[in-house]
Ligand binder design. Structure first.
Ligand code: ADP
Ligand code: MG
Length: 447
């Protein structure tokens, strides 16, 4: 068997990605990637900056990983995406930074060209976040929405919205100074600031920012020096009247390990959540993505996808990409049959929201009671707690309205369900074992 060079393997992966992704996406994120090194099972690919690397991994990781395994014929290979090489240690001596502004590029971090308001579908699940983002973009720095904090689960449009704000403000006022940064990039900046001994440079760079946008602030938790630095930059900018926009996977008070002083800062402006889209919004998003992918997808196929994939917009988008790519590669028309096989083959069972019955069964099993007890009327603690946990998980994992969840539990009404969900939330916050157990059950359906 002739050995392919790693460069050739990566080039095959790129060809594969090119057939699957829309050209604009491919050009924006993947064209300038190149094979870097291979060590053991780690196959490392380099991107022109860390942001792109992270993005590619987050959004196209699954696709690239699959292509890599196929191209190399080695299922154990793992794709690692990395940014440009770090400067050699000599260059990082104190005072070396006097000439080169080490941070400038980050302030101008690339915005995804299609993450605009025009390409965001608003619906009941996200309209508060959407309206808030619009208001911020129209009138940045206004007290009532500063800071603006968006939280919600993975793949629901937080990054899209935060970047839409940046696009819009930039369009309206190109003179504004932006600082768009993920909390991980910010942590990196603080680390290199400390290493370079360039605290003052760093602070000067970020003093005149008009809009600070930080994605995924939850990753700041537990990093004391970074949090401290962020806290000061935050206060400085806030006092200056700069707009601050933040996203996170949880509400401020629910970010584990986040300091109280930050929580209260985050809560002091406008806090909005994004929930998984309901059916109509999913369908509207699919219609938009189908138009953008330039392939015609019949309505019944879009409806089928909208009913099958319920919790995550990124997966909806992935389904459209795969479907159009498969149809192109195999020269098959896009119909229900193809959609079924593509969804079943490539996304697996995990994309389908579990049924209420499946969740009930998993919860009952984990707590050692019967599903009938779970649905019944007993209010003994050994049964009540699992019942509340089941309601919580049903709400989280499926998009079922509270009243329907109530029906499932022998006709309880929606306020009872809401109460139960709140109670179990509080209970598990004080009880790590319970919290872990719920997380375990959840992971059965999400991994
Ligand atoms: P998050 O940051 O919340 O994990 P993203 O903003 O990265 O999610 O969204 C995942 C993908 O889904 C992106 O490609 C985004 O454009 C798309 N998306 C999410 N919500 C919407 C929406 N309401 N309308 C259109 N596209 C959306
Ligand atoms: Mg995001």
């Amino acid at each position: 068997m002739s050995e392919k060079t790693p460069e050739a393997i990566w080039s095959e992966c790129l060809s594969e990605a090119r057939t699957v992704l829309p050209p604009s996406t491919f050009d924006a994120w993947l064209t300038d990637s190149a094979f870097d090194s291979q060590e053991g099972d780690a196959f490392t690919v380099r991107f022109s900056n860390m942001f792109k690397a992270r993005w590619a991994k987050d959004h196209y990781g699954e696709l690239l990983q699959g292509a890599l395994r196929d191209a190399a014929g080695r299922p154990e290979l793992t794709l690692v995406c990395t940014g440009p090489p770090a400067p050699p240690p000599e260059a990082a001596r104190p005072h070396a930074s006097q000439t080169a502004p080490a941070y400038g590029d980050v302030r101008m971090t690339y915005l995804h060209p299609s993450y605009t308001f025009e390409r965001f579908v608003a619906g009941p699940s996200n309209e508060l976040a959407y309206a808030g983002a619009r208001a911020v973009a129209m009138d940045p720095g206004k007290h009532s929405h500063n800071p603006f904090f968006i939280y919600g689960g993975v793949g629901l449009g937080k990054t899209h919205l935060i970047q839409a704000i940046a696009h819009e403000i930039r369009r309206a006022d190109p003179g504004k100074v932006f600082w768009y940064v993920s909390s991980e990039q910010f942590t990196q900046l603080v680390v290199s600031m400390i290493r370079n001994g360039s605290t003052m440079d760093f602070r000067r760079q970020y003093r005149d920012v008009d809009i600070l946008l930080m994605d995924d602030v939850q990753f700041l938790a537990g990093k004391e020096t970074t949090v401290n630095e962020f806290f000061h930059r935050f206060n400085e900018l806030y006092q200056r009247g700069s707009q601050i926009v933040l996203t996170s996977d949880h509400a401020p008070a629910e970010i584990e390990g986040l300091e109280e002083r930050l929580i209260s800062r985050f809560q002091s402006g406008l806090v909005v959540d994004i929930r998984p889209p309901e059916y109509e919004t999913r369908l509207a998003i699919l219609e938009l993505k189908a138009r953008e992918s330039e392939g015609f997808i019949p309505p019944e196929v879009l409806q089928y996808i909208a009913t099958s994939i319920r919790s995550n917009v990124r997966q909806l988008e992935g389904a459209v990409h795969r479907l159009t790519a498969t149809s192109r590669l195999k020269r098959l028309p896009i119909d229900l049959e193809l959609a079924r096989s593509v969804l079943a083959d490539t996304l697996g069972a995990s994309v389908r929201a579990p049924s209420l019955g499946q969740i009930a069964a998993a919860v009952a099993e984990s707590f050692g009671i019967s599903p009938a007890q779970l649905r019944g009327q007993h209010r003994r603690r050994e049964i009540l707690v699992p019942r509340q946990a089941a309601m919580l998980l049903m709400r989280e994992l499926t998009n079922t309205p509270l009243s329907e969840i109530g029906d499932f539990f022998s006709g309880r009404d929606h306020s009872t369900v809401l109460n139960s969900i709140e109670r179990i939330g509080k209970l598990s916050a004080d009880d790590p074992a319970l919290k872990r157990r719920i997380a375990e059950i959840r992971s059965k359906f999400t991994s």
